[in-house]
Write a protein that binds this ligand. Structure first.
Ligand code: AR6
Length: 178
């Protein structure tokens, strides 16, 4: 499902964040060491190849809410932005830390003149953030930050299951303008 918000295209798709050839940059739900892990990090590192971790080691560790950018190596994108989301119930305030992940990622994409970005549901897997709470933070943050962006035009939420697809679709319907 696609909708437009001002000059921007917002999209949700059920799929694999490691297989998004139409996007300039994809976001990693990373760990503090920026190491290959499970979930999103595992998928991105295994497809990008071992050179990614070599670059990541120079940038680690990062703190919850922070984001850093690397090359994408064997992935079909220009770059990867690595964010450390909050562990739900541990890193507080979790809503502000999650918002920082999305805000910092969008700013990094803009600074690097990237025009399209793909986000997974940061913190909603192993880190335990309830998806229905996370999606509120995501939309509040994205809709507040996007209007300042000049290079960035397309934002895709790449979700992994039907429940998350329906959550994002219902939020997109609320802001539908086309
Ligand atoms: N494409 C899109 N979404 C995915 C994919 C994929 N290939 N794989 C999982 N998801 P998670 P977190 C969904 O656990 O909660 C890692 O091991 C998943 O269903 O990847 O931020 C790191 O090393 C969930 O909705 O990220 C960290 O230690 C969402 O993406 C830790 O997990 C995020 O799940 C980070 O945990």
């Amino acid at each position: 499902m696609i909708c437009t918000f001002l000059d921007y295209k917002l999209e949700v798709e059920k799929g694999d964040i490691a297989n998004q050839p139409d996007l300039d940059v994809v976001v990693n739900a990373a760990n503090a060491e920026l190491a290959p892990g499970g979930g999103v990090a595992g998928a991105l590192h295994s497809k990008a190849g071992p050179e990614l971790y070599r670059e990541c080691k120079q940038l680690a560790p990062i703190k919850p809410g922070e984001a850093v950018i690397t090359k994408a190596y064997n992935l079909p994108n220009k770059n990867i932005i690595h964010c450390l989301g909050p562990v739900y119930g541990k890193d507080k305030p979790e809503d502000e830390l999650l918002a920082s992940c999305y805000r910092n990622s969008l700013q990094l994409a803009e600074e690097n003149s990237l025009s399209s970005i793909g986000f997974p549901g940061i913190s909603t897997g192993i880190f335990g953030y309830p998806p229905e709470l996370a999606v509120e933070v995501v939309f509040n943050t994205v809709l507040a930050v996007l209007p300042g962006m000049k290079h960035l035009k397309t934002l895709k939420f790449v979700v992994f299951n039907d429940d998350d697809l329906h959550l994002y679709e219902s939020k997109l319907k609320d802001i539908r303008t086309d």
